[in-house]
Write a protein that binds this ligand. Structure first.
Ligand code: SF4
Length: 455
């Protein structure tokens, strides 16, 4: 069913309500899931549901799940236990969607062990949420999961979380099949949105006052637009650059193998594209990278970093690293430390390898002992922290343009924002600075954040 018909459904569902209805949504996982949740919120609010921050006040509870990490399952089961109480007391509708619902063994477990769940929907059927919800309201239990690649739907209502920064998904799915990753199985093969639709969305965002855009995709730099002429990620970056009002462009996540010269040139020519590039390393060992099916070597990764540093002065990097992948030897791990020492990442998202059912790596026999994985993780963490402290020193005394995002979570009297390189900056100031970009002098560093004063 197409979006127009879904919008008609919204009208029908909405007319069933005679009193205010409330929804609670919990999003797990990455920014793509956050963007999906913004669409779920958009559809629910079109149906005149209002958002609440507490599960107990809700008439419908939605869990938008992720299946990348093992603890996501435990988290979901814990939350389902909490939600059951409200189901029993007042008949709250419980819906679960997202990546985890694309895994047949998880759907089986939910239907058998949590029979009070009303609606299970997948990543390819998210746009049908109004139709599915209407069936649930008619007292049905619904399972709406497709195991084929979904189409790209435009025009799904959206309720954005922020007023200045917006997430824009440009493509869905992934073709890479990294051996540890479940994403290609749950999100399907790569499908790109048409460039006209993406640019229209961003132009509208700029008109609404949005200043910062994050282009999202599982493998964002393999974006392929439509039409007869070849249109790739570098073209999209150049076209977004031209949109008046947009001041900053981020993208997440690129794959090192797809970082072609035209993309590097587009970043170098840009005044808006972020100067912190997230370049997932995963391992510094060529052998482990091969087993991970990453399609680049340690040397190719380092050459790419060097090329970008030469072409784009001031560029810095963040990365993801998995410690303890099957077969990782001490020497392999040393190679990872070596890359970390050479690149001096601004930020490293470190993960201890955990087995994911359905992936190639789960079937590998040479799994690394937990104790070894944890010891290596600690060594990596120490190295990363010492480098971050060192990197932070170079900010002290500099003036940075900071978009003030809001009040600091840890100190209500302080404001928070980020540098161009994504460092958190805490500063004193009045609330009317929120949403403005202002020059801030950095005066001290505190490992995970910098402190600044108005310059
Ligand atoms: S590139 Fe690899 S890690 Fe990233 S989503 Fe695709 S398969 Fe997963």
């Amino acid at each position: 069913m197409k979006i127009k018909e879904q919008l008609n459904y919204i009208e029908q569902v909405k007319n069933k309500f005679t009193k205010p209805h409330y929804y609670y949504i919990l999003t797990m996982g990455c920014q793509l899931n956050e963007n999906d949740s913004e669409k779920l919120c958009g559809m629910l609010e079109k149906m005149e549901y209002q958002k609440v921050e507490n599960m107990k006040e809700a008439d419908i509870i939605v869990f938008n799940t992720c299946c990348i990490r093992e603890n996501a399952e435990e988290k979901l089961f814990g939350k389902l236990g909490e939600a059951k109480e409200f189901k029993m007391k007042k008949g709250t509708i419980i819906a679960i969607g997202g990546c985890m619902m694309q895994e047949p063994h998880m759907v089986k477990k939910i239907t058998e062990s949590y029979p009070y769940v009303d609606l299970i929907f997948g990543t390819h059927t998210l746009h049908k949420f109004p139709e599915d919800l209407e069936k649930v309201l008619e007292k049905n239990k619904i399972q709406d999961v497709l195991d084929i690649d979904g189409e790209v739907y435009e025009g799904v209502p959206i309720k954005r979380q922020d007023k200045k920064k917006a997430l824009v998904t440009i493509m869905y799915g992934c073709n890479n099949f990294c051996s540890y990753c479940i994403v290609p199985y749950v999100r399907g093969r790569e499908r790109s949105r048409k460039q006209e639709d993406i640019l229209k969305e961003i132009e509208n965002l700029a008109k609404e006052g949005y200043e910062e855009i994050t282009l999202l995709g599982q493998n964002v730099n393999s974006y392929q637009g439509s039409g007869e002429e070849k249109y790739g990620f570098s073209h999209l970056l150049r076209d977004v650059e031209k949109i008046e009002g947009i001041q900053k462009i981020n993208f997440m996540s690129p794959h090192p193998k797809d970082f072609t010269d035209d993309v590097i040139e587009a970043i170098a020519d840009s005044k808006k594209v972020t100067r912190i590039i997230h370049l997932p390393l995963q391992s510094g060992s060529t052998e482990v990278l091969k087993n991970m099916n990453r399609k680049y070597t340690k040397e190719q990764y380092l050459t790419l970093v060097e090329k970008m540093q030469k072409r784009i002065p001031g560029i810095v990097f963040s990365t993801d690293i998995i410690v303890g992948f099957p077969g990782e030897t001490e020497q392999d791990f040393e190679d990872t430390l070596d890359v970390v020492k050479k690149v001096h990442f601004e930020q490293v998202f470190m993960f201890i390898y955990s087995r994911r059912k359905g992936t190639m790596a789960d079937k590998m026999e040479n799994q690394v002992l937990e104790e070894i994985k944890h010891k290596r993780f600690e060594r990596l963490k120490q190295l990363v922290e010492s480098q971050i402290a060192e990197n932070n020193q170079k900010y002290i005394g500099t003036v940075q343009n900071i978009l003030v995002e809001g009040k600091s979570k840890n100190n209500d009297h302080m404001l928070t924002g980020r540098t161009d390189t994504n460092k958190v900056v805490i500063l004193e100031g009045e609330e009317d600075l929120i949403g403005k970009t202002i020059p801030i002098k950095i005066v001290s560093e505190h490992m995970w954040y910098l402190k600044g004063v108005k310059s």
